[in-house]
Ligand binder design. Structure first.
Ligand SMILES: [Zn+2]
Length: 509
């Protein structure tokens, strides 16, 4: 007898549909599997056979052939176990083929027949709904994330025996996912901007950067509060749209790190990988590549503290995804695309000791500071929209008691209002923030008047800015104008944006 079961694997955030076909015929007793399989898929044969046996199914002495099609897609991962087992059972006449119509089966089986969770269930189920699949049979451990997708029937299965009883006609009774209350409760009190005394100009630059999703670099001596400021960015990030929440949650599902509380990720990601991270850890990697930090930071912030401490090869990886807002990883099994639309926030000391160019305090030898700064390549620097110096703050600023610092809540309100203006501006476009305006559209969205044009021409020639740097000034000025609720860019918006762009010239000649 012949049977066919539909399954899918996540390739990036897309699903590749696979048919598991089984055929049982007379002949030499044999269990063979074909269809461009990786070694872990070939091992499914043993897992399926043992699991069926331990669930009390006698595999008859017949010739069993399993084929995974299409043949040109390399199959890897352990998610094929359950579809193969179901296909074999159907071919043996144990389950009605009718039950498998418009149904997607996902899951790994352990030797005792228990169904194990797999990665990427959320994007697969979301895609299945779009394709008109009526029912998904998934591991019970993945139920919380599958439930996020509305209006599709989900059967959550704990072991193989249970599934067979359903397929033989017992009614499936809806289950509730295990909700991890620890994770649901986890929302801790965030650090607040009101706790930082002084550094008003750095805080302002930070607000502008977040408002337009501009890449942001803070440079200054140790103890000037760069890390403290960066750590408070999550508190001023604007809320995500429903589409953004879905994108982020799908990436976390593919990584297998989606919180088990049955809801979409609500907060924008803030990722701060340590400087010892490998290039693969940042970009994504593995035989079946998992998303890296740049994708886990999608729609949020990637914070790199002590920027020059990262390996040069690691930092250079950032360049292409910063331009394309996605990363492509090519493997033998196919091409994987993960979105990586993040805002880069970086902090660094200007030299090893931290006090360059203050010659009275800097203890670095001649040329050492230049070497240190040289670890940040020009092309990477060119992709930073806002660079700001964080000086050491004086005693009066540190101990000021009377002045009330602004809270993160206040700043967040302004940022959110500026973001809403941008969303309205780009409602017909693929982009959502000023930092993403393509250079060809600069004129449309950031038009300057004649006087401003003359002024910018002068600046461009005098400061020897790159073309990319020039556009970054205009885009940053657009964001400053948005924070000001101004329809047109004003001269003082341009000047503020120019300041953010030329501070780095002091360090990198
Ligand atoms: Zn120094």
């Amino acid at each position: 007898m012949y049977s066919m079961v539909t399954t899918a694997i996540a390739r990036g955030l897309e699903s590749v549909y696979i048919q598991a076909e089984a055929d049982v015929s007379d002949g030499m007793p044999l269990f063979e599997m074909v269809g461009f399989l990786s070694s872990e898929v070939k091992e499914a044969r043993e897992r399926v056979r043992t699991a069926l046996h331990s669930c009390g199914f006698k595999i008859p002495a017949k010739r069993i052939t399993v084929n995974l099609s299409p043949a040109d897609v390399r199959k890897s991962g352990s998610g094929f176990d359950l579809p193969i087992a179901v296909a074999v059972l159907a071919a043996l006449g144990e389950v009605e083929a009718e039950f498998l119509r418009d149904t997607l089966v996902l899951g790994e089986i352990s030797l005792n027949g228990k169904i194990q969770s797999i990665r990427g269930v959320l994007p697969i189920v979301a895609e299945a709904k779009k394709r008109g699949i009526k029912k998904c049979i998934i591991p019970y451990a993945n139920l919380a994330e599958a439930k996020i997708v509305p209006e599709i029937e989900i059967w959550a299965i704990e072991d193989l025996r249970e599934l067979v009883s359903y397929l033989r006609g017992r009614t499936y009774i809806e289950k509730t996912p295990i909700i991890n209350m620890e994770e649901a409760r986890q929302k801790q009190t965030e650090p607040d901007f009101s706790e930082i005394n002084g550094q008003d100009s750095v805080k302002r630059a930070c607000e502008v950067a977040v408002a337009g999703m501009h890449n942001f670099l803070m440079i200054g001596p140790p103890g000037s509060g760069k890390t403290m400021i960066a750590k408070r960015i999550p508190g001023i990030l604007p809320p995500m749209t429903i589409e953004e929440k879905m994108e982020v949650s799908e990436i976390y599902s593919v990584c297998g790190i989606l919180p088990q509380n049955g809801v979409l990720i609500r907060e924008r990601p803030f990722r701060s990988p340590h400087h010892t991270i490998s290039p693969n850890g940042l970009s994504g990697g593995g035989i079946v590549p998992k998303p890296g930090e740049i994708s886990l930071a999608h729609n949020g912030v990637l914070f790199l503290d002590e920027l020059p401490e990262y390996k040069k090869s690691t930092l250079e990886i950032l360049r292409q995804p910063m331009e394309d807002k996605e990363i492509t990883l090519v493997r033998q099994s196919g091409t994987y695309r993960y979105p990586s639309n993040f805002m880069l926030v970086a902090a660094m000391n200007p030299c090893k000791c931290g006090y360059y160019p203050d010659r009275t305090r800097c203890s670095c030898r001649e040329g050492e500071a230049a070497r240190y700064l040289g670890k940040i390549s020009k092309p990477l620097l060119d992709r930073i929209d806002i660079c700001v110096e964080a000086p050491l703050i004086c005693y009066e600023e540190l101990t000021q008691k009377n002045k009330r610092n602004e809270s993160s809540g206040n700043i967040r309100n302004r940022v959110s209002a500026a973001r809403e203006r941008q969303q309205h501006r780009f409602r017909q476009k693929e982009i959502s923030c000023n930092s993403q305006i393509p250079s060809k559209d600069i004129e449309t969205y950031c038009g300057l008047n004649e006087k401003q044009n003359r002024y910018m021409k002068e600046i461009y020639q005098k400061m020897e800015i790159s073309a990319r740097g020039y556009y970054k000034i205009i885009k940053t000025a657009r964001t400053i104008a948005d924070l000001d609720d101004c329809a047109d860019i004003q001269m003082h918006h341009l000047n503020e944006a120019i300041c953010y762009r030329i501070q780095d010239q002091k360090y990198w000649e």
